[in-house]
Design a protein around this ligand. Structure first.
Ligand SMILES: Cc1cc2nc3c(=O)[nH]c(=O)nc-3n(C[C@H](O)[C@H](O)[C@H](O)COP(=O)(O)OP(=O)(O)OC[C@H]3O[C@@H](n4cnc5c(N)ncnc54)[C@H](O)[C@@H]3O)c2cc1C
Length: 469
C-alpha cells in the first residue's frame, strides 16, 4: 500500500473512528466477491459509516484524494456492480436505523442499510404493508434496492422500487448531502431528482436514506398453484384472474417443470404441490380486503379457467404452510439452478401480450444456436419479465460451453428481445456485466442524455466507474 493510501486510511479512521474503517482481509473477504462466486475484486479499505454525516466525511476525503468509490448494500446484485475493482468500498450496513414511521401519511423513512425483511417487519408492526418482496430479501438493503430499482414478485400490483419511493437522501461524490426526504405524493417543482438516483446503480452518489410508501395490509391472501400446457395459456389465465378479482392479483409467476424438479432435488423440505406431466406451473396470489367471498372468488376463477381449457388442473392452498411451500418453490429456482451448475442468464422483459411469443421463439432460438441445452424460463409473467436461463447440455464441460457458446446464445436472445421492443435488463440492472452491450443497444440520444447526467453529477467519474456507462 502506498503512503498516500496509508495517509488516506489514517485520515478516514480519524474521521469515522476505528469501527468505521477496516483493512482486515478476513472482514473484507465476503465483500469482494458476489453471491454466486462469479466475480472477485479487491479494495484497499472497507469503510462502514454509521451516519449520513460519516458518509459525507468519507466521500469528502475520497474527493480530496481522487479515489473512486464503490457503494455496497447486501451485495446480492446480479450484474457485477457491487464488487469493488480496487475502489474504496463503502458499505452501508451500519446505517440501519428507522428514522420515522408516519402511519397517517402511509410512509416510513429508513436508512440505506435496513435489510428488506426488516423493512417488511417494521411496516407489519405498524399495521401496514411494505410490498417489495424478492428472493434475496434476507440480505438486500434499502439503498441497494433503490439503486437497482428492484422488482420482485409484487410488481404487478404495487410497482417496482421506483414506485415505492417518496423521497431520498443522498451524499454526492464531493461529500455534499442532499436531503430530499419529502413524504409527498404530489410535488411538481421541477425535475424529480430522486428518480435519477433510483436505478443509477451507485454511479451518481450514495443513497443514505429513503421515505417509502406503505399500503393497507390485505385481510386475506388466496394462493393457488395451477398447471398449464403453454406460456400462452398462462397469459390467458392472468387475464381471467385479473378480470375476476377486480385487479387483486398480487402475484402471478410462471414456473417450468424442469425448474420445479431442480428445486425438489436441491432444496430441502420441498414437495410438488400438484404432480403432473404438463410442462408449466403458475403461482397465483390474490390479496383481498375482506375474508368474505375470497375463497369463492379464487375457486370460481380457477373453475372457469379449467372449464375453458386454459388451466389443466389447479389446487388452492388451504393454510399458511401450503402457501409458504409454493412461494418457497418459486423463490428457490435461482438457488436450485445455481446448485445444478452454470447457466446463461437473461433477465428480460417484453409487453405482457408478447410473453408467450418470446418464450416459444426464445426456446427454439437457444436450441438451434446451441443444440442440447436445457432452458429454465421462469418469473413474473404479469410484468412481462422472464428470467430466461439456458443451461449447458448434460455432460459437457460447463466452463468451456459458456466460453464458446455464451455470447452467441445471449446475443440471439437479446436480438429477439430487441425485435419485440423489450428490455435486456428488466430488473437486475446493467453493472459491469451488460455495460458494453447497453452502449450499442440503446439509441445514441439515450446514451448521450445518460452521459450528460453522469457528467453533471459526477464530473470526475469516481462513482462506481465502469458500471452502467
Ligand atoms: C436469490 C436472489 C434472488 C433475487 N431476486 C431478485 C428479484 O426477484 N428482483 C430483483 O429486482 N432483484 C433480484 N435479485 C437481485 C438483487 O437482490 C437486487 O438487485 C437488490 O436490489 C440488490 O440489493 P443489495 O442491497 O444487495 O445491493 P448490492 O448488490 O450491494 O448493490 C447493487 C448495486 O447498487 C449499488 N449500491 C448499493 N447500495 C447503494 C447505496 N446505498 N447507494 C448507491 N448505490 C448503492 C452497488 O454499488 C451496486 O451497483 C436477486 C438476487 C438474489 C441473490
Amino acid at each position: 500500500m502506498g503512503t498516500r493510501t496509508s495517509e488516506f486510511i489514517a485520515r478516514l479512521t480519524e474521521a469515522l473512528g476505528p469501527k468505521g474503517v477496516s483493512t482486515d482481509p478476513v472482514e473484507i473477504d465476503p465483500h469482494i466477491s458476489d453471491w454466486r462466486g462469479r466475480w472477485k475484486g479487491s479494495t484497499p479499505v472497507l469503510v462502514k459509516p454509521a451516519t449520513t454525516e460519516e458518509v459525507s466525511k468519507a466521500m469528502t476525503l475520497c474527493a480530496e484524494y481522487g479515489f473512486a468509490v464503490n457503494p455496497q448494500g447486501g451485495n446480492s446484485g446480479m450484474v457485477n456492480g457491487s464488487v469493488p475493482q480496487g475502489e474504496v468500498l463503502i458499505s452501508l450496513k451500519r446505517m440501519n436505523k428507522v428514522r420515522e414511521v408516519d402511519t397517517l401519511n402511509d410512509a416510513m423513512t429508513l436508512e440505506a442499510g435496513v435489510i428488506l425483511t426488516k423493512a417488511q417487519e417494521i411496516a407489519d408492526e405498524n399495521g401496514r404493508l411494505f410490498p417489495l418482496s424478492l428472493g434475496a430479501q434476507g440480505v438486500a438493503m434499502i439503498g441497494g434496492l433503490i439503486s437497482t430499482n428492484a422488482g420482485g414478485v409484487g410488481v404487478l400490483r404495487y410497482g417496482m422500487m421506483r414506485d415505492l419511493v417518496l423521497g431520498i437522501e443522498a451524499v454526492m461524490p464531493d461529500g455534499r448531502i442532499w436531503n430530499g426526504l419529502r413524504g409527498l405524493r404530489k410535488d411538481n417543482t421541477g425535475y424529480d431528482l430522486k428518480h435519477l438516483f433510483i436505478g443509477a446503480e451507485g454511479t451518481l452518489g450514495i443513497v443514505t436514506a429513503a421515505t417509502l410508501k406503505l399500503f393497507p395490509k390485505p385481510a386475506v391472501k388466496e394462493t393457488a398453484w395451477a398447471v398449464v400446457e403453454t406460456p400462452a395459456k398462462a397469459v390467458e389465465l392472468l387475464q381471467i384472474a385479473k378480470a375476476a378479482s377486480g385487479g387483486a392479483v398480487t402475484g402471478f409467476e410462471i414456473v417450468p417443470k424442469f425448474g420445479l424438479e431442480l428445486v425438489l432435488k436441491h432444496i430441502p423440505d420441498t414437495r410438488d404441490p400438484l404432480p403432473s406431466t404438463a410442462p408449466w406451473r403458475v403461482l397465483i396470489e390474490l390479496s383481498l380486503p375482506r375474508e368474505e367471498g375470497a375463497r369463492d372468488m379464487i375457486e370460481t376463477l380457477l373453475g372457469d379457467a379449467i372449464e375453458k381449457g386454459v388451466a389443466a388442473d389447479a389446487v388452492i392452498c388451504e393454510n399458511e404452510g401450503q402457501k409458504a411451500m409454493v412461494w418457497k418453490i418459486r423463490e428457490n429456482i435461482a438457488v436450485a439452478e445455481r446448485a445444478h451448475g452454470k447457466a446463461l442468464k437473461h433477465d428480460v422483459s417484453v409487453p405482457v401480450s408478447r410473453v408467450a411469443e418470446f418464450m416459444e421463439r426464445g426456446a427454439e432460438l437457444a436450441r438451434s444456436t446451441a443444440p442440447g441445452v436445457d432452458i429454465i424460463a421462469f418469473g413474473h409473467v404479469g410484468d412481462g419479465n422472464i428470467h430466461f436461463n439456458v443451461t449447458p447440455p448434460p455432460g459437457v464441460d460447463q466452463d468451456a460451453f459458456v466460453a464458446k457458446e455464451g455470447l452467441k446464445v445471449s446475443e440471439a436472445i437479446h436480438d429477439l428481445i430487441a425485435s419485440l421492443n423489450g428490455s435486456i435488463s428488466a430488473e437486475h440492472g446493467i453493472g459491469r456485466l451488460k455495460r458494453d452491450e447497453l452502449a450499442w443497444r440503446k439509441s445514441p440520444i439515450e446514451m448521450e442524455m445518460m452521459r450528460a447526467v453522469k457528467k453533471a453529477l459526477d464530473p470526475d467519474g469516481r462513482m462506481n466507474p465502469g458500471r452502467v456507462l
